[in-house]
Every structure is written in C-alpha cells, then in structure tokens.
Design a binder for this molecule. Structure first.
Ligand code: ATP
Length: 584
C-alpha cells in the first residue's frame, strides 16, 4: 500500500476551485494594470489643455470600474482560496486521525502524544497557510507583475528607462534564494522545540497529581522553563533573519522608486517622455513593489511549511505494524480453542524476550488464571491474543487458523479486554460503559453496572448514568474507575473476556462479589483473569504462574498449593496478610 501523502488527494478534489480562483485573480490583476495607464493618459490630456468636463467624468467612471472590478474579482478569488484552505485542514485532520487510529501501540510507545498534537495543530496549519495564502498571493502577485510589465512595454515608456527602474527589484529573488534556506533551517528548529514543549506539557499535565503529591512543582516548573527558553532562543534567531529579509525587500523597492523618480523625472524635463508616461512609470514601479514583496513572503511561508509537509507525508507513509492478511478469515472464539505452542516473543528493540516457550491450550468456556510477579509477561501474553503485537508465525492458533490470519475486527469484537487502568472519556458514564456497544439499551447498561458492582455508586449521583466524567464533570475514585471499565467489559458479553488486574483497586469484599458474578455470568464463556491476589482467580479451571516470561507452574488451585513453588509461597504470604488484617 503506497501512501498518497497529504496534498495529492486534496488537490484531486479541489483543483477546479483553485483554477477558478487563479482565473479570478488573473482577471483582477489585468484590470488593475490599467490603472496607471488611465492616470497617465489623464495627466497628458490635462497637461496639453484638452481635458473637457466629459473627459473628467469618463476617466472617473473608468477608475471606479477598475477599482470595483479588481475588488469584486480579487475578493471572490480570495474567498474561494481561503475556503479550500479550510477544507484542507478539515480533510487532512480527518485523514490523520483515521491514520493515527490504525497505528499500533508500538508506534505510540515510541512517539509521544505531544508530537501527535503538533502534527495535528501546527503542521496542518502551516501547510494550509502555504496552499491557501501562498497560492492566492502567488497567483495575484505574478499576474500583477506580468500585467504591469506587459502594460509598461506596450506603453511609450522607453525600455532602457523601464530596465533601470525595475533593475533593483530583480535582486529580490536572489536575496530570497540566499536567505530562504537559513530561514527554513531556523524554522525547523522552532518547530522541533515547540514539539518538545508540547510533549513535556502533555506529560506534566498528565502527571500533575503526582507532582503535587511529591511537592516537586519548582523542579517541574524549572524543567518546563528550560523548554520555553529554548523556544525563545530559536524563535529570536528566526525573527532576526526574517526581519532582515522583510527589511531588504522594501528597501530594494524604494530604490527602484528613487531611480524611476530621478531618471524618469530627468527624461521628462528633457522632453524625452511625456508627463503622463512619467506618472504611469512611477505608479507601475510602486505597484510592482507589493507583488514582489508578497512573493518573498510566500516563499518564506512555503519554506517554513515544507518541513511541515514533509513531516505529514512521512507520517501518512507510516505503515501499521499489524496488518490484515490477504486471506484473513473471521475467528469464532466461542467454539475454537486457542492453542499457544512454543511462543517466544521479544518486543521490538528489547534486549531479551518478554515471553519464552509458552505452551498453553485455552479451551472455549474455560477460566484461566494468570499470576506472576510484576514484569513477568502476563499483559504481554494477553496482548498477543488481541494482536496488539503480532506473535511469531505458527505460535498461536485459533482453531485451525494462525492468529495472524484472523481478521482483526473479528478478534477485537469477540474479546472484552479490561485493563488495570481502563481509560474513561470525558463523556457520560452511560457512554463510557456502552463504549463498544453503542446501541445498548439502558437495561443492558444497568445490568453490566450491577455485575461490576458500580450500579449503586452511579445511582447516587444526581444525574445517574448521564453524569459527565473528566474535565467537565466529576472525578471517580480509582476503584470506581476500575469498576466502570469492568462494566464496559461485561456489557460486551464477549466469548472471551480478559481481566488484566482489573479489580486491583477494589476492596476485598467487593472483589469477592465481582469474582462470584464472573463465575455465574460467564459460565460457558472463556475468561482469563490476571491478578496479583490469589483470591481473584483460585476458582479458575487452570492457573498458570509466569516468571520472567516462562510458565513455571500450572494446575488448579489445590494442585498448586500442594506443590512447593511460587504459587504456594504467594498464597502463604497473602493468607498471613489477611489473617493479620482480620485479627486472627
Ligand atoms: N511496549 C513495550 N516495549 C518493550 N518492552 C515492554 C513493553 N511492554 C512491556 N515490556 C517489557 O516486557 C516485560 C513484561 O511486561 P508485562 O507488562 O507483560 O508484565 P506484567 O507481568 O503484565 O507486569 P505487571 O504485573 O506489572 O502488569 C517487562 O520486562 C516489560 O518491561
């Protein structure tokens, strides 16, 4: 699959609007180029004393028509190009978001959210400026240049006078070529430092509670201040070169004006050109200044946005790590066993495997418990079943099919994965629970909430299930959050439910109620429970103990208790703890 980049699909859709806009700009510029000619003719008639009152009316009407035509055509052309510019932002942000949503977890673990936001905001806007303001001004300016030079050549103004007057202006493109790359390089530095600051801000806002608890605000402020300082330094260096550029261009324009006034004035006094031609020449030179300056500005903007465009195109070219196989077929997790054989998995760039030689069969309908110390590979194992990371070929089969040849949609629709820290969105509790089942009835939401033992808490909120969470709403406690995301898992009634330490933040009594519900509600359906507390999984049909990516023990609760090993040790520690807690 080849990426089309961001501009190609956009221009495919909008080229006719651009064509209309450029045509309107061209027409406006041609009309406007008549302005000095009309004034020149007027001056000549005035000077030769043949100007009658009907001539005054004639010239006035002509000037009004030129002004109105320029404003109407140019204005409408401008509107069109601004309109398509906004369309670019809209289209590109939508495409970027769709693309982001297909990228794998691995991509996100390597690229911070701040970087993504930077792509979304600054880069898209930067490119939009180039292709709306840039194209608009380039079209307008080049047409005006073309028309002015054409009109001057067609008039009686001698070519050598035109050449001398316009000469300094010709230096402008040279200046642009010299200074442009420096501007581009400095601008890239500004963008990079902005990206770093956004990333840091995002992380620090995310971790603000931790910062406050540890009272380390001054350190964080200082660290953030360093990023802001870096932006200031980079921006000042950009401003210096841009200002130099912005100053040289008008200076050259004024130089042209001085030459045309001095040399043109001299030739007029000598009678070699008419006064009308002198007036027209100075007006033309004045008129040429703006478009040339605009072209300079546009080149500046385009230089700056080229880096943005490059970043966006590179991003659109990133291929998701997990892709659907051509021959992918839907899996049926309700009927097919999951067979894991000799699975060894290493994270990209990791020095050693996170899972080693895993052999396991998960029969449909069974409950599997997974225990193990932190970092032993529990989450990694279930992520392989979700294909968050792809396992090696032939390592996991669902029925007869390799999991890599199963459609992602069928897999993810049939698995309810409840992580330890399920993310809740800033919307109503109802929408959070019915996240994967948008059409769920209220009765389904109610029963999922009851199963997750969160129903009573929600009912106590004045707005019940419509209570908003997050920035614009209330904040749930850690345990309430966990149970809300547990309800989100229950409502799916999926053939496979994975509880990844999903009741770690609830009290022991509630946990045992939830475990009891799981046993009842999920009879006949496959459930995987990852837990640190043995009480949460001792009812499982099979329990595996992971250590450093390997299965070191497997069996039922009683069997594992009977053999010496980490399971019995963990049980002893937890039993001791609970006896101590209950005062025995
Ligand atoms: N995205 C990742 N990239 C690289 N290494 C990772 C990634 N995620 C986890 N690991 C590493 O893989 C190993 C297993 O991690 P995993 O999250 O599976 O452990 P876990 O048993 O679920 O731990 P916990 O009980 O703390 O949740 C750890 O050494 C961890 O550092």
């Amino acid at each position: 699959m080849k990426s089309e980049g961001v501009l190609k699909p956009y221009f495919k859709q909008t080229w006719h609007i651009y064509l209309a806009s450029v045509t309107l700009h061209a027409a406006a510029s041609i009309i406007f180029a008549y302005f000095p000619k009309v004034l020149g003719d007027f001056t000549d008639k005035l000077k030769s004393g043949v100007l009658g009152s009907h001539d005054v009316v004639h010239y006035s009407v002509l000037l009004v028509l030129i002004g109105a035509g320029y404003a109407l055509l140019g204005g409408y052309g401008q509107y069109l190009v601004m309109y398509v510019g906004r369309l670019f932002e809209y289209m590109t942000r939508r495409r970027l978001f769709t693309h982001f949503s297909h990228l794998s977890e691995h991509y996100y673990s390597k690229n911070g959210v701040g970087k993504m936001l930077n792509y979304f905001m600054n880069d898209v806007t930067g490119v939009r400026e180039s292709i709306s303001m840039g194209i608009n001004q380039t079209a307008m300016a080049s047409m005006l240049l073309f028309s002015c030079v054409g009109a001057m050549i067609l008039s009686d103004i001698p070519l050598y006078l035109i050449a001398a007057s316009v000469g300094p202006l010709i230096l402008i493109p040279w200046i642009v070529i010299k200074i442009g790359p420096i501007i581009r390089q400095r601008s890239r530095k500004v963008q990079e430092s902005l990206g770093t600051m956004t990333e840091s801000a995002e992380e620090q806002f995310g971790g603000i509670r931790v910062t406050k608890k540890f009272a380390v605000e001054p350190i964080m402020i200082k660290r953030f201040g360093a990023y802001v300082d870096q932006i200031k330094t980079n921006q000042l260096s950009l401003v210096r070169i841009s200002s130099l550029f912005q100053a040289i261009v008008p200076f050259l324009g004024n130089l042209s004006l001085i030459v045309s006034l001095a040399y043109g004035g001299y030739l007029t006094i000598k009678g070699e050109i008419t006064l009308g031609n002198f007036v027209a020449l100075t007006l033309y030179v004045r008129m040429l200044m703006n478009p040339l300056q605009q072209i300079g500005n546009v080149i500046n903007t385009v230089q700056r946005s080229r880096a943005s465009l490059q970043r966006l195109n590179e991003l659109m070219a990133v291929q998701p790590d997990i892709v659907e196989a051509d021959n992918a077929a839907a899996a049926n997790l309700a009927k097919s066993p999951i067979c894991i054989s000799d699975l060894t998995f290493t994270y990209p760039d990791a020095p050693q495997p996170a899972l080693r030689h895993i052999d396991l069969v998960i029969q449909p309908g069974m409950t599997l418990g997974i225990v193990g110390r932190t970092g032993s590979g529990k989450t990694t194992l279930v992520k392989q079943l979700l294909r968050v990371y792809d396992p090696p070929a032939d390592a996991i089969h669902i029925g007869a099919a390799d999991i890599r040849e199963v459609t992602l949609e069928s897999l993810r629709n049939q698995i309810a994965y409840v992580p330890q820290d399920g993310f809740l969105f800033s919307t109503s509790i109802r929408e959070n629970i019915a996240f994967a089942r948008r059409q769920a009835r209220q009765s389904d939401v109610d029963s999922a909430a009851k199963q997750a033992r969160i129903y009573d808490n929600i009912s106590e909120f004045p707005e019940g299930f419509e209570t908003k969470l997050g920035e614009r709403g209330i904040t749930l406690s850690g345990g309430q959050r966990q149970r809300t995301s547990l309800a989100r898992g229950f409502i799916m009634q999926a053939p496979l439910m994975i509880l990844d330490d999903s009741v770690s933040a609830v009290d022991a009594v509630t946990e045992s109620e939830i475990v009891h519900t799981i046993q009842q509600e999920r009879q006949g359906k496959t459930t995987i429970i990852i837990a640190h507390r043995i009480s949460a999984l001792k009812h499982a049909d099979l329990i595996i103990v992971l250590n450093e990516g390997e299965i070191v023990q497997r069996g039922k609760h009683e069997e594992l208790l009977a053999e010496p090993g980490p399971y019995a040790e963990l049980h002893a520690i937890q039993e001791e703890g609970s006896q101590y807690a209950s005062g025995h």
